[in-house]
Design a protein around this ligand. Structure first.
Ligand code: DAH
Length: 340
């Protein structure tokens, strides 16, 4: 009897749906019962052979079986998916209340710290902070600073020359020139920045280092003004009195020119590699602006005078933090940088 086999198929399939041990097995049962060539489909084909009065009853039975089985499959699938999700959530459980390691904080480079401190100081004294190009031309780096073509500083050994007569600035002094050109007198400016020299590297020499240029142009500027600002500067930098000495120094762009030295803060005088065993460190070359320099930038030296200085920021950082090798500063080693 066709009705018996439908009922028998239904209950057998329902039982197998319940007991299927894997998704693969469940799918096999589904194909076997409900697939296009499955048992229900085969039985459906037999319907044609039935007496017309039996067809509606058997057809209803067949449809009922089909719907029950489909519902059972879906229920079982939902149940499996739920179980799988629960298993996954259990396996991947994360304790969100557990304290995480905090974000790592960055550090300002010691030179940046000193630079910012000095910018603040000079701004409070009425100075403007100027920027200049690291790729300079010969005019601003040399000519306009009264450095003649025969001066040893122009030697290939010291300067990184670029194509087209350009160069990497060897000091921050060209920003003086740009400042005078742009702002005119009276003028108070500083220019911190990176400079480059074609030198062999050792504990106290780098090809790349930092300077801070300063310049003041006004009426009747004298060495007394220069000394006042330099003393103010040094006290602010070292937060204490440092021993200094002033020597005559030659720089083509100042006249008279001076070398302001401070007693070495690393060894305190007896001598060490940083002060080249001399006990003193050249820190602050300075002087009164050479009239030629004023004139070349369009300032009348009869009307105006000025002082200028070039502070070695890198050397200063070494003194301040007692760093005994300049190579640490550009080395990028976090173990070094994290100390500041
Ligand atoms: N530009 C000089 C250098 O790099 C430093 C310097 C000396 C700057 C004397 C000045 C100055 O402004 O007056 O070696």
């Amino acid at each position: 009897m066709i009705e018996d086999s439908i009922q028998e198929l239904e209950s057998r399939s329902l039982a197998r749906i319940q007991s299927a041990a894997s998704p693969g097995e469940l799918e096999a049962v589904r194909v076997e019962a409900l697939g296009r060539k499955g048992t229900l489909a085969l039985i459906g084909k037999e319907m044609g052979k039935l007496a017309p009065e039996d067809r509606a009853r058997v057809g209803k039975l067949l449809n009922g079986a089909k719907q029950k089985l489909e519902a059972a499959f879906e229920a079982r699938q939902r149940q499996d998916a739920g179980a799988a999700l629960r298993a996954r959530l259990d396996a991947e459980w994360l304790d969100l209340t557990l304290p995480a390691p905090g974000p790592r904080r960055g550090y300002l480079h010691p030179i940046t710290q000193i630079q910012r401190e000095l910018e603040e100081l000079f701004v409070s004294l009425g100075f403007t902070v100027l920027d200049g190009p690291e790729v300079e031309d010969e005019y601003h780096n040399f000519d306009a600073l009264n450095i003649p073509a025969t001066h040893p500083a122009r030697d290939m050994q010291d300067t990184f020359w670029l194509d087209g007569g350009k160069l990497l600035r060897t000091h921050t002094s060209p920003v003086q020139v740009r400042g005078m050109e742009r702002l005119g007198p009276p003028l108070r400016m500083i220019a911190p920045g990176r400079v480059f020299r074609n030198e062999s590297v050792d504990a106290s020499h780098e090809h790349t280092f930092y300077q801070l240029e300063g310049m003041m142009v006004d009426r009747d500027v004298s060495v007394a003004h220069l000394l006042f600002f330099m003393k103010t500067l040094l006290t602010a930098i070292f937060h204490r009195e440092v021993t200094v000495r002033l020597r005559p120094g030659y720089f083509p762009f100042v006249e008279p020119g001076f070398e302001l030295d401070i007693q070495c803060l690393i060894c305190g005088g007896p001598g060490c590699p940083v002060c080249k065993q001399s006990g003193w460190v050249e820190l602050l070359p300075c002087g009164l602006v050479n009239p030629n320099v004023l004139r070349m930038s369009g300032i009348d030296p009869e009307q105006w005078g000025g002082f200028a200085f070039g502070l070695g920021l890198t050397r200063l950082a070494m003194m301040r933090y007692q760093i005994d090798d300049i190579r640490h500063l550009q080395g990028g080693d976090l173990r070094f940088l994290e100390q500041f």
